[in-house]
Structure formats: structure tokens, C-alpha cells
Design a protein around this ligand. Structure first.
Ligand code: AMP
Ligand code: MG
Length: 509
């Protein structure tokens, strides 16, 4: 069946991307294929005409050795603030956007290969990806998707049969990433830094069409300009900015809900779609501490767990700066229009943070005093290094059976002390509803760092020896149902024995 691939981003013009083919690899071999995702996308590869079995055909397509019909690959240009420092020239240094396809609902998805060779944006990089990080992205993004976190996903991991050199040789791989788009804050910064207002207008119009078509419908009634890619009204830009802001709140709050630390929230890793992108140095928090950081290059703890809201606000302010010339030629006047949206964004974050945490303790509509209840629980967790996930599952479990909250015992009972009866009184009138809310918002399992690393080690060793990914599949099966206790769930619920004291993640994927 032909794949209905468009190259809509390439069509924006030469300033947006480099036209470049993936660099073929020696021995592509399909390691992981996300059939559920393929079905969502309506992707089927009929091999009957090809005299090849499916796995071989998929390995050809998702290594870049063979192109899908209509695919015109590009490397996208973007800039970005990396750890606060602006770098005007980043871009896809080891990724190829093959094109975008529409699913049955009409939603368009980018299909991107990562690790598929160099481009003009590679700088000193080799354009490649090692197998470990490719598998890690697959596991983490699948886990996040199942946790209900907006995220890019992985369609395939293909090994290349070639070595990738980091501090030593590793098996090479190509991961196929699927996203509603790969437009980043850094994409806007790329054109703003060059004073290319025409391209900024085009990019904004494209982004609206791609992500917020409802805005297009509104403005089409008001102005005929909306259909011209080179024109955009200030009102449209403001609406677009608001829409982007509204996507970032559920994103970061769901990270905070499940204990996710992105690790490298540079503006080039912040998608305007509000999807989690770039799983390089991410990690999960075990013991609660708002300053938790695992990334080895985040020396100033810029991207610590508890700073993620303020970093997203910082990143959105950078996006706002790029939009100024589209709003008013007088910069002060443009700032005056954007500023209220940013202030509202700060306020919305605060309010929604409270709501998100309230839900974790079973409260649907927070009232006065609930903020204090929540911050006291957080203080207890932080002071006593309590496991974030386990604390909430213990509270949830306390409401099962008798629904009387007495099931908490042992050390946790003592540590919660006076907090526990206060919480019990607060939810006394709606325990069953509170329980239901807690079950669906507090995962029983998350992809804990030590489990992920152990699975990566065994999968790579076993793959090189005999192609056995049993342990990986078992882990994925549990991670795909993070709100349900399955037979194997208990194997992945333990906090690390050493509290992840010496755990470090790396960017160099
Ligand atoms: P990241 O840290 O993954 O967000 O990447 C930052 C920038 O470095 C992006 O422009 C990437 O395309 C580029 N990059 C990362 N790794 C490589 C590599 N192995 N080869 C070429 N470019 C790379
Ligand atoms: Mg990146």
C-alpha cells in the first residue's frame, strides 16, 4: 500500500532546511517495531511485491537505505539556547525528516530518522546514534505515552551493523521518531536571529495550520489575509502564542506528576506542540527532592526537577521575543501586547500545578487550605527522602478495601504523622471518588533509572549474542500499563538500593 507522505516542511523553502539524503548503512536489521503506533498512523508495508520479508523491508525503510515513495528527506534548521547560551546554528545534525503523513483523524505526523548521517548542521558530530540511547528513547517515550504524558514516540529501532565511536565503539542504530511536528522554540529563534521576518511569518502560518487549525478557521472569517502564507495579523500571532503556551502547561505538569526530569530543556528541545522531545539525558526521580538532577553536563542544576516550570516560562519568553516583529514594528508596543499573555501563563501554571497535585491526593476541586496540605506532604517527602511514586501509591492503596485510610503502616505512618488524619478528614466525604482519581493519576510503576539501565545492559548483551530481547519486552509490557498492577509489575517497583546516588545521564547520544 502506498504511504501518503507529504513534504510540507520542505515546501516552505530553502531557508528552512537542507535537502539531504540519509547516509546508507552497512547491514540494517530491524530490532524494534512499534506495531501499535504503526496502526495508529495507518502505516502498512505490503511486502508481497518485494520478495522480501517484512522485517527486512522495514529495516530498509527505517534505516534510510531505501526511501518511501514520495519521501524527500531534509535536515531542519534551528537555533537554540543551550543552558542559557544562544547558539545561532544548531539544526538536525544527525536526523532526517522523511516527510509527514496524516492519520485517519487527519492529524499530521512527522516521520524522522535519527542517527541517519551528517548534514550541514552536524558541526563536528558523526551524524550517528548508538544503540543504547536509541533503545532508551524507545523505552522512555513508550513509558511516557502510557503514563499520559504528551510525547514524541518511536516507531522503530534498526541496528546498522556499523560501530559508533564515543569514548569507545558501540553498536550503531537508527531510531524513527514520530511527532506532530519538529518545530521548536529554536526554529523561531533561527529566523529571528537572522532578522528574517518573512520566514518567521511563513513559519508561524505553517505552525498554525499544523497545530492550531481552529485559529485559522476563526481568522478566515475575519480576514482574507489568513490564507496567504506570507501575511499574518498581529491578532493571529497573539492567538498562536497563547495556543503554544496552553500546550506547555499540561506538558510540564505531567512531568511533575510522574517524577520526570527532562534534563536538557534547551530551547531547541522545546517543541511548540507541547510534546516531550529529546530523551537524551532524561531520568526519573525516586526520592523526592525538588533539586534532583542526574545529567552530568547540567552542572548548575539549571534543569533540576523542581525548576522545570520556571525554565518553561523562560523558554516561552524567548519564543515571545522572536514574535515581536510580527506584532508591531514598535518593539515596546509589541512587548505590551505579549506581556499580559506571559503573566497569565505564570498564573495558569500556578493554578494548574495546585490542581495537578490535589488530584494526586484525591481532591478534584482544590479549596483554600489544600495548597498547604500539599506543600506539607511535599516537605515530609523531601525531609525524609521518601520515594515519590511509592508515597502516592501507598496513599492510594490506603483507600482501597475499607476506604478508611488506615492501611498505611510502619515507618510511613510515623513520618506522615499529623498530616494523615488531616488528609483523611479532608476527603472524608468522597473517599470512593478520591480513590478513583488517585488510581488514575498516580502510577504504580515508572521507568526507574536502575531498571532502565539494567534492561539496556541485558538487551544489548543478549542482542549481540543471540538476539534475545525478552527482558526488554517484559519491561515494556509493564510500562505500557502504569496504572494497573500486573503479575510482573512488582519486579519494577523498587527504589534503587543506593538511591541512584551515583547515577548520571549523558547528552552524547
Ligand atoms: P541534542 O543535545 O541532542 O539536543 O543536540 C544538540 C545539537 O547537536 C543538535 O543540532 C544535534 O543535531 C547535534 N548533534 C547531537 N549529536 C550529534 C551527532 N552525533 N552528530 C551530529 N550532530 C549531532
Ligand atoms: Mg535535541
Amino acid at each position: 500500500m502506498p504511504i501518503n507522505l507529504s513534504n510540507s516542511y520542505r515546501d516552505l523553502g530553502e531557508s528552512f532546511s537542507q535537502q539531504i539524503l540519509p547516509d546508507p548503512v552497512a547491514q540494517p536489521s530491524l530490532l524494534l517495531w512499534n506495531e501499535a503506533l504503526a496502526q495508529t498512523l495507518g502505516l502498512t508495508f505490503d511486502s508481497t511485491d518485494n520478495k522480501e520479508n517484512d522485517a527486512d523491508l522495514l529495516a530498509q525503510y527505517f534505516s534510510g537505505n531505501r526511501l518511501m515513495e514520495d519521501s524527500k528527506p531534509i535536515a531542519q534548521a534551528y537555533s537554540g539556547h543551550q543552558f542559557g547560551q544562544f547558539n545561532p546554528q544548531l539544526g538536525d545534525g544527525r536526523a532526517h525528516l522523511l516527510g509527514d503523513i496524516a492519520d485517519e483523524q487527519g492529524q499530521r505526523w512527522d516521520i524522522q530518522l535519527k542517527g541517519s548521517g551528517v548534514s550541514q548542521f552536524s558541526r563536528s558530530g558523526d551524524g550517528r546514534c548508538a544503540l543504547g540511547p536509541a533503545l532508551r528513547e524507545y523505552i522512555m517515550s513508550e513509558a511516557m505515552f502510557a503514563l499520559g504524558v504528551p510525547t514524541t514516540r518511536c516507531l522503530a529501532v534498526v541496528t546498522t551493523g556499523q560501530s559508533v565511536y564515543r569514548d569507545r565503539p558501540f553498536a550503531g542504530a537508527i531510531v524513527t521518531r514520530v511527532a506532530t511536528s519538529h518545530i521548536r522554540v529554536g526554529t523561531f529563534q533561527y529566523f529571528a536571529a537572522r532578522g528574517d521576518t518573512e520566514s518567521l511569518k511563513k513559519l508561524t502560518n505553517y505552525s498554525i495550520k499544523r497545530h492550531f487549525p481552529e485559529l485559522l478557521a476563526e481568522s478566515a472569517v475575519e480576514s482574507s489575509k489568513a490564507t496567504d502564507d506570507n501575511e499574518i495579523s498581529s491578532e493571529q500571532v497573539l492567538n498562536f502564542f497563547s495556543a503554544v503556551l496552553s500546550k506547555q502547561i499540561p506538558l510540564v505538569l505531567s512531568w511533575l506528576r510522574v517524577g520526570f526530569i527532562h534534563g536538557v530543556m534547551n530551547t531547541d528541545n522545546t517543541a511548540i506542540s507541547g510534546e516531550t522531545i529529546d530523551y537524551g539525558p532524561c531520568a526519573m526521580m525516586n526520592a523526592y527532592h525538588w533539586e534532583t538532577v542526574f545529567s552530568s553536563i547540567d552542572r548548575n542544576s539549571r534543569y533540576a526537577f523542581g525548576k522545570q516550570i520556571s525554565i518553561m516560562q523562560w523558554n516561552m519568553t524567548r519564543l515571545a521575543e522572536t514574535l515581536l516583529p510580527l506584532i508591531d514594528s514598535d518593539e515596546d508596543a509589541a512587548v505590551a501586547q505579549l506581556q499580559p499573555l506571559l503573566s497569565q501563563f505564570h498564573q495558569d501554571f500556578e493554578e494548574n500545578y495546585l490542581k495537578m497535585m490535589a488530584v494526586k491526593i484525591g481532591i478534584d476541586e482544590p479549596e483554600q487550605g489544600d495548597g498547604k496540605l500539599i506543600s506539607e506532604l511535599i516537605a515530609i517527602m523531601q525531609k525524609n527522602s521518601l520515594d515519590y511514586t511509592k508515597t502516592f501509591t501507598a496513599l492510594t492503596d490506603a483507600l482501597t478495601d475499607s476506604l478508611n485510610g488506615n492501611a498505611i503502616e510502619g515507618p510511613l505512618l510515623n513520618l506522615l504523622g499529623e498530616w494523615l488524619p488531616r488528609w483523611q478528614i479532608r476527603i472524608a466525604g468522597f473517599k470512593a471518588a478520591a480513590h478513583e482519581l488517585m488510581v488514575s493519576n498516580n502510577p504504580v510503576v515508572i521507568p526507574r533509572n536502575h531498571d532502565v539501565e539494567a534492561i539496556l545492559a541485558t538487551s544489548q548483551a543478549s542482542y549481540q549474542e543471540k538476539g534475545d530481547l525478552t527482558a526488554l519486552y517484559e519491561f515494556l509490557a509493564v510500562l505500557r500499563q502504569p496504572y494497573t498492577v500486573l503479575d510482573n509489575t512488582k519486579n519494577y517497583q523498587n527504589s534503587p538500593a543506593d538511591g541512584d546516588e551515583n547515577y548520571h545521564t549523558f547528552c552524547g547520544t
